[in-house]
Design a protein around this ligand. Structure first.
Ligand code: GCU
Length: 639
């Protein structure tokens, strides 16, 4: 890392400059430079070694092999980017203590599109950003530190991320202009920085750009003038950035216009852009986050989780082959616990993208510790049919794995130092979705703090538990929300209850939850029969999703024999105790930690404890006031 050498800045790419310069030979390329650079910073453990880089026609693009023997390490790959991945793979293995002669690996990414979406605004702010300001924009312009962007590119490339969108999906007039000749020279410079690292750019575009930028009266995708405008725009963009990955669109969503607002389908909207991008090999990523955000809370028929499926499923087969429909993993919106979207795997004739969120919008905002990998592992394990899970869709229907980024210009990139693990895990799981949360978290700890068991074991334990701990003090059993409106941090049980967003728990003094079974809103019917049956029935529904699918009385007996109400009380007390134990664990690691890392995380854990207490007291009081029933164990609940 070139500029700032603080511990957090180096992330998992540790830099320890040394005089050791190994022999690196083979094809003269960027990967070779990266190899020399990486090795020179490793210390002098592996002297007298020759590393050889070679292209091999037998390996498919991006895949690589590593073959070690005494004094030699050979990296082969199908293309230069593959060599680069091979170099990082080699450096990581060395760093976690493998010896050169024992290294033997053959790696191939599971899917060819491994994408980060930045929600960065042109003014330099980041929507749902908890790590400082934008790395790309500043004060209404494209503005960045080129050295820092290069370091960022290295971080992303080292875990196999190969596409990034740079601007917020909520495109403004200003950011819409990124596709114009006024801005393209600067966008192209960003593409130039990322290109050697095998990373292509995506630009988020505005549905109404033909109107806003083209002066046409309509954005109707079936209008010839509109089609021509997109074609000319694509041609201009590709003149500046010939390897652009494509465009990203959020349409008909949260007050944004789209094809539905003018009586056209999502497929018609996507295809006009797909056709414009097609000659250049580009893809249109078309988001499925479409729902009615003007619902009346009195309306119990409309059920927000049903929306994406209702809009998109009937269009299966109508999307051009360079359209990826980008589906949020859950049918709501990145909550701590949701079932998978029924749309995932439902459309056999449509290319799909699985959208995850690394940014901890509803999951603690990079103040609270939350290892997203544990949630992603569950998402990948979620059944689609009786003999297929979501992981099985990858590289079949699912052609892209996408995540909303958690990075910004904070010194340590992610605000919470331990949230770096989430960025790392995303790249690793997109490359190889069969890896477990345990494996990727271990890797990250080893690369960041070393693999001394004194650090590795307690930290791993704490990180792997963190998601369940967060869930304990939040909204119970999959009901979601209950957060402060707009900024989404901290508890407000009725915060979204009477709002227009379709996010209701409908608690009264006897029951809570939404009946989404066949007899209720019918949401369960969107799943294939195996999953439908699982969720339809209270006895087979996973307990942690009970309130997502069922409306239950507070005295409903859970499998443990506890009542629902007592479960809510218990988990909220436990959540606070668990955070207290995190703090103890972290304190016990102090002696093994760089001071800077210790202090940074300690501050966040202290803030998390305050948050957990606030959640505990607000949620418990809420239900105590509704029910008048005290905690069986007599613990303090505020009246
Ligand atoms: C959430 C989030 C918004 C974001 C939206 C999206 O609703 O709160 O800030 O724009 O998701 O995914 O587009």
């Amino acid at each position: 890392m070139s500029k700032n050498c603080s511990f957090g800045y180096q992330a998992w790419i540790k830099s320890q400059p040394s005089k050791f310069l190994p022999k690196v030979t083979g094809i003269d390329c960027f990967a070779l430079e990266e190899c020399k650079r990486g090795l020179s910073q490793l210390g002098d453990k592996e002297n007298d070694t020759t590393v050889t880089l070679a292209l091999s026609q037998e390996l498919s693009s991006e895949s690589y092999t590593l073959e070690g023997s005494p004094g030699n390490l050979r990296i082969e790959a199908g293309c230069e980017t593959g060599l680069l991945y091979g170099v990082y793979g080699f450096l990581f293995r060395l760093r976690i203590g493998e010896s050169i002669e024992s290294i033997s690996a053959s790696e191939k990414p599971a899917v060819s599109m491994r994408i980060l979406n930045h929600w960065d605004n042109i003014d330099g702010s980041v929507e749902r950003g908890y790590s400082g300001r934008s790395l790309f924009f500043d004060n209404g312009q494209i503005g960045y530190d080129p050295d820092r962007l290069r370091d960022y590119a290295r971080l992303l490339s080292s875990v196999g991320i190969n596409q990034i969108s740079i601007n917020n999906v909520n495109v403004t007039l200003e950011s819409a202009k990124l596709v114009t000749e006024e801005k393209l020279p600067d966008v192209a410079k960003i593409a130039d920085i990322f290109r050697p690292f095998g990373i292509k750019l995506i630009i988020a575009v505005h549905f109404e750009s033909p109107i806003l930028l083209g002066g046409i009266k309509t954005a109707d995708p079936l209008d010839d003038k509109v089609a021509k405008w997109w074609q000319e725009t694509a041609a201009t963009v590709y003149r500046y950035i010939p390897d652009l990955a494509g465009f990203l669109m959020k349409a008909d969503s949260e007050f944004r216009s789209g094809p539905a607002s003018i009586g056209r389908t999502q497929a018609e909207g996507a295809n006009v852009i797909a056709k414009a991008l097609k000659p250049f090999g580009g893809t249109i990523y078309w988001r499925c986050f479409v729902y009615n955000c003007m619902q009346d809370w009195r309306d119990t028929k409309t059920d927000r989780p049903k929306a994406a499926y209702d809009y998109f499923y009937p269009l299966d087969g109508q999307f051009d082959d360079n359209v990826i429909v980008q589906i949020k993993h859950g049918p709501m919106d990145f909550q701590v616990r949701e079932p998978n979207s029924p749309l995932l795997g439902a459309m056999s004739k449509t290319k799909q993208g699985l959208e995850l969120q690394i940014a901890q919008e509803y999951t603690g905002q990079q103040i609270d510790l939350y290892a997203t990998s544990t949630q992603w592992e569950e998402i990948l394990n979620h059944p689609v049919t009786d003999n297929r899970n979501t992981r099985d869709l990858i590289n079949q229907e699912v052609k892209a794995i996408v995540a909303v980024s958690n990075t910004g210009n904070d010194d340590n990139w992610t605000g919470h130092l331990l949230a770096q693990a989430n960025l790392y895990a995303f790249g690793r799981l997109a490359w190889n979705p069969s890896l477990t949360a345990d494996q990727v978290t271990k890797e990250w700890i080893a690369l960041t703090f070393g693999n001394e068991p004194n650090i590795l074991n307690p930290l791993l334990d704490m990180m792997l538990k963190s998601r369940l701990v967060y869930e304990k003090y939040n909204a119970p059993l999959g009901i979601g929300w209950m957060v402060n409106i707009n900024h989404h941090y901290g508890p407000s049980v009725d915060g979204y209850e009477y709002m227009k967003w379709g996010t209701y728990h409908r608690a009264n003094n006897t029951a809570i939850g939404v009946d989404r079974t066949q007899k209720g809103t019918g949401y369960t019917m969107q799943y294939q029969p195996y999953v439908q049956n699982l969720y339809e029935n209270k006895d087979t529904c996973p307990e942690n999703l009970l309130l997502f699918f069922h409306r239950l009385p507070y005295d409903y007996k859970l499998r443990s024999g506890r009542t629902l109400l007592q479960y809510i009380y218990d988990t909220h007390f436990e959540g606070v105790e668990d955070v207290e134990s995190f703090i103890k664990t972290w304190n016990s690691l102090k002696e093994y930690m760089p001071e800077e890392a210790y202090v940074q995380v300690k501050k966040r854990l202290d803030a998390q404890l305050e948050n957990a207490k606030e959640w505990r007291d607000v949620v418990n009081s809420y239900f105590f006031r509704k029910t008048g029933i005290s905690d069986e164990k007599g613990r303090k609940i505020y009246e």
